[in-house]
Write a protein that binds this ligand. Structure first.
Ligand code: PXP
Length: 239
């Protein structure tokens, strides 16, 4: 199991004042030094946080896994092919949303992914961001992708303990199915120091865990080094 840190919100803070700091590339360096296995960034069509220049600088600077999270637009596919990250995580993207709101609707995107998207990303490992359901996982497998990222948002935002358990069980079944089909199982969205232990205790076969907002927020008070180490300790103790 590996911790990949999403540095988008370091860029959010930088962009709030239009200064050059804090720099997501500096943050990435500190995260890797503290023990993170890699870095995630989401270059959005509206460029609300990460900018094109950040992407090229991250490519140069990151030594571990570089995960380029993106919508499957022609523009992003072109940039991804220039960057050649270790992993490309494809997500749905809506202009009005505050953050990614759910997994891909595989039925809706299947034909486009089969004909345009997957062939255009030839040579780059692809992961599809999916809600934990059998239909979408089977469709991802049929497309021939090597990995999925399970959307943990519903688990993270569960209103009470019972619905949290239900969501955990969905994630567990989804991870088992994806693993059985030979796909890597990644996970992310809404994870934090409180909900991560239960997730990694209950959900098997987890590979990359992608964490952004809560981790960067905690680091405002604790610093990145201490925060990353706290996440790594949880992964060590419960994984
Ligand atoms: N994984 C995916 C596919 C995402 O879209 C996001 C949010 O950008 C994350 C993980 C990280 O989520 P969070 O910022 O809530 O930790």
């Amino acid at each position: 199991m590996q911790l990949l840190v999403n540095v988008d919100h370091v860029a959010t803070l930088r962009n709030a004042r239009g200064e050059g700091y804090p720099d997501p590339v500096d943050a990435a360096r500190i995260c890797e030094k503290a023990g993170a296995s890699g870095i995630v960034f989401h270059l959005r069509g509206d460029r609300r946080h990460i900018q094109d220049d950040d992407v090229f600088r991250l490519k140069k600077s990151v030594s571990g896994t570089l995960d380029f999270e993106m919508a499957a637009s022609d523009e992003m596919i072109r940039i991804c092919n220039e960057i050649k990250p270790h992993l490309c995580t494809l997500v749905p993207e809506g202009r009005e949303e505050l953050t990614t709101e759910g997994g891909l609707n595989m039925e809706a995107v299947y034909e486009d992914y089969e004909k345009r998207v997957i062939p255009a990303l030839n040579g780059i490992e692809i992961s599809l961001f999916l809600d934990p359901n059998e239909t979408d996982i089977l469709a991802a497998h049929k497309l021939g992708v090597g990995a999925i990222e399970l959307h943990t948002g519903n688990y993270a935002n569960a209103a009470d303990e019972a619905s949290g358990k239900t969501e955990l069980n969905r994630l567990k079944l989804a991870a088992e199915l994806a693993h059985e089909l030979g796909m890597k199982v990644n996970a992310g969205h809404g994870l934090n120091l409180d909900n991560l232990p239960e997730l990694i205790k209950e959900v098997p076969y987890l590979n990359d865990i992608s964490i952004g907002h809560a981790l960067i927020s905690k680091s405002v008070f604790w610093g990145l080094d201490k925060t990353i180490k706290a996440y790594l300790k949880i992964m060590e103790d419960h994984g």
